[in-house]
Design a protein around this ligand. Structure first.
Ligand code: MAN
Length: 524
């Protein structure tokens, strides 16, 4: 701030300056117009017949001290036409173009800031009044923009119709799906009950196939219990329920592969049947059981965990596998043998933990029934989950803000690309934004749509995408998408103003709303 003495001096210069700059027409007699730099809308706050009250109410001063090039008011309001206050504001009328407010510190700083040159009335800088020229250019621009809005608005109206239609469709579909979902939940429950019942029947049927070990009687419990185990095992072996156990029936079970060559030979089977081609229960319990039992105990070793079995060098195969191998090796020779070695390894991996049991018909039917019921239940469960997911997806869509007239709805799911020197960017509306290097590599997630973040009154002018891939030593990547009116939906530009914070510009007819045009041309 300048001293009052200085001020007097400036006043004299000011007076001379006014003579020099009378072209500006703001001179009233020997003084600068006290209202110089005041917008017309605030004229009434500067009544010439009263003391001036600073606009912040902090001080009252004689009116003669307004625009006297000395700053009195804390808010700078007493010096609207000079640069005396560092925080004041100078109003350029700019007739022919748009009026403007510039910081009063720019007044008489030898730089033309107002297009009418009114800010340089005391400096020796000659400012050309080019407001009319600029006004004409601005008018043309404004006309072009207005035309774009009109054109775009036609498409916007179509988008509104589409958006509303989509909303209706979603509502209808949602109602239908909710009903389907209820029905599917019931079906699922029904299938679950059927499955549980079938599994229970299967479980009961499989009881008798539990490893014999579990059914072994305590050592001191005597013959009776042992007989029961033998009887049970007889039933298991008698797969055709003929009342006798035959050589063929024994040949289906690896338990009886005494020499572990992969097949149960006739001799081996006969050994367990006391050289009889078939035996009935009584003889089985009395004679055969004694032969069979030690091998059954060995089989129980097969129930050990796989790794233990491996350590012991045990190897299980089904009768069929063993038979196949023997046959192919003998008929095909050396090469085939090498292949087999490989195949054999693969089969090893596929071997189940439990020995391959051949179930009686009834049990097998119950196993199949349980598997079938489980499959049906899984199908019903998947169908119910799919419908529920669809319901949630639709609910989400219906809750989403697609603009006051649903104009952004039809853009949901649309993706746009923009390529710059280094990257290919992709923006999926209401979805995900990503970045991919032109030289290859995977997509970098720049974030997912979160919310509209435009300024008050123009909320739909900006979208925020966030929670993208976290930047090394920095924030999670995010994008602000600025939407502007355009006749096509297009990703116009992408930049990274701050590390891992991206700015995209998207043109869309959805923004061509004549009602949004607040940036009007005054003072034309
Ligand atoms: C990648 C890109 C850039 C980003 C850096 C940050 O190179 O995602 O946009 O600035 O990582 O390390």
């Amino acid at each position: 701030m300048k001293s009052r003495m200085n001020n007097l001096l400036v006043c004299c210069v000011f007076f001379l300056g006014i003579q020099f700059h009378d072209r500006l027409g703001h001179v009233a007699g020997s003084q600068i117009d006290r209202l110089y730099g005041v917008p017309a809308s605030k004229n009434s706050l500067y009544p010439p017949d009263r003391d001036f009250e600073c606009l912040d109410g902090s001080l009252r001063i004689p009116f003669t001290r307004v625009n006297d090039d000395y700053c009195d008011c804390a808010d700078g309001s007493d010096e609207p036409g000079t640069s005396a206050c560092s925080n004041g504001s100078f109003y350029c009328k700019n007739s022919g173009h748009k009026s403007a407010n510039i910081p009063s510190a720019w007044v008489n700083d030898r730089i033309c800031d107002c297009c009418d040159g009114s800010d340089e009335y005391l400096s020796d800088t000659e400012c050309k009044d080019n407001c009319h020229e600029l006004g004409r250019e601005a008018l043309l621009e404004a006309q072009k923009a207005a035309k774009l809005v009109v054109e775009g608005n036609k498409i916007r109206l179509e988008m509104i119709v589409k958006g509303k239609q989509l909303k209706n469709n979603h509502h209808t579909r949602l109602t239908m799906l909710r009903a389907d979902s209820e029905e599917m939940e019931l079906t699922k429950k029904e299938k679950e009950i059927i499955k549980n019942q079938a599994e229970e029947r299967e479980r009961i049927a499989l009881e008798k196939y539990k490893p014999i070990q579990q059914e072994q009687p305590p050592i001191d419990e005597g013959e009776e219990v042992q007989e029961f185990a033998a009887e049970d095992y007889f039933k298991l072996l008698d797969s055709d329920n003929s009342g006798t156990v035959t050589v063929i029936e024994l040949q289906t079970r690896v338990t009886f592969d005494k020499d572990r060559d992969g097949a149960v030979s006739e001799e081996e089977a006969l050994y367990f049947l006391n050289n009889n081609p078939e035996i009935a229960l009584e003889e089985f319990v009395e004679n055969a059981w004694a032969n069979i039992k030690p091998f059954l105990m060995m089989e129980q070793g097969m129930f050990k965990p796989a790794d233990q079995a491996e350590e012991e060098g045990e190897h299980e195969e089904t009768h069929e596998e063993a038979h196949e191998e023997t046959h192919e090796v003998s008929s095909d020779g050396q090469d085939r043998n090498e292949e087999e070695t490989l195949d054999h390894g693969e089969e090893d991996e596929k071997l189940p933990d439990e020995p391959d049991i051949i179930y009686d018909e009834e049990t097998q039917a119950l196993i199949d029934e349980a598997a079938h019921a489980k499959e049906r239940y899984q199908e019903a469960e998947k169908a119910a989950t799919d419908v529920l997911n669809e319901v949630r997806r639709l609910e989400e869509k219906l809750e989403r803000d697609y603009g006051p007239e649903e104009e952004f709805s039809s853009l949901d799911g649309e993706c746009f690309e923009h390529t710059d020197l280094e990257y290919i960017y992709s923006l999926c509306m209401f979805g995900r934004a990503s970045q991919r290097s032109k030289s290859g590599g995977s997509d970098v997630n720049l974030g997912h749509f979160h919310e509209w973040v435009g300024p008050e009154g123009n909320k739909y002018a900006k979208m925020k995408y966030d929670r993208g891939l976290t930047c090394w030593n920095g924030p999670a990547r995010s994008v602000i998408v600025s939407l502007i009116c355009g006749t096509e939906n297009k990703l116009i530009s992408v930049s990274e103003p701050s590390r891992c914070e991206y700015a995209m510009e998207l043109s869309t007819p959805a923004l061509c709303n004549p009602g949004y045009e607040s940036d009007t041309h005054d003072e034309l």
